[in-house]
Design a protein around this ligand. Structure first.
Ligand code: CA
Ligand code: CA
Ligand code: CA
Ligand code: CA
Length: 118
């Protein structure tokens, strides 16, 4: 239980750190980053189109979170199998998230998880 709590607070810290960066780059305060604003965060600027899963031309926090989780795609097939996922909440919700029931999560499915969470 102690370990679980430690993991939870670490996750919270990580989330807060990223949120601060996005908020800092979000010059017009609309909660998303357009291509211009994303220039302030090299990781986002470089991967903008890959991160923008819903292709609305802006990057939101949930998309950045999803992108980070998708980095666990070790065999680079574009989807996450259960064994490629380290995020505990994601593992727990795996079955519900796997909308097309193919046994893997794609970027959109991961994005929907963080969208509901946020
Ligand atoms: Ca903005
Ligand atoms: Ca978007
Ligand atoms: Ca994979
Ligand atoms: Ca799937």
């Amino acid at each position: 239980m102690k370990n679980l709590l430690a993991a939870a607070s670490l996750a919270l810290l990580a989330t807060a750190a990223v949120a601060a960066t996005v908020a800092k780059a979000d010059k017009d305060n609309d909660g998303t980053l357009d291509k211009n604003e994303a220039k302030a965060i090299p990781m986002v600027a470089k991967n903008f189109d890959a991160i923008d899963v819903d292709k609305d031309g802006t990057v939101e926090q949930a998309e950045i979170d999803a992108f980070k989780v998708m980095a666990g795609d070790k065999d680079k097939d574009g989807t996450l199998e259960m064994k490629e996922i380290t995020h505990k909440g994601l593992l727990k919700a795996f079955k519900q998230l796997d909308g097309d029931n193919d046994g893997t999560l794609d970027a959109k499915e991961v994005f929907s998880f963080f969208q509901k969470k946020g």
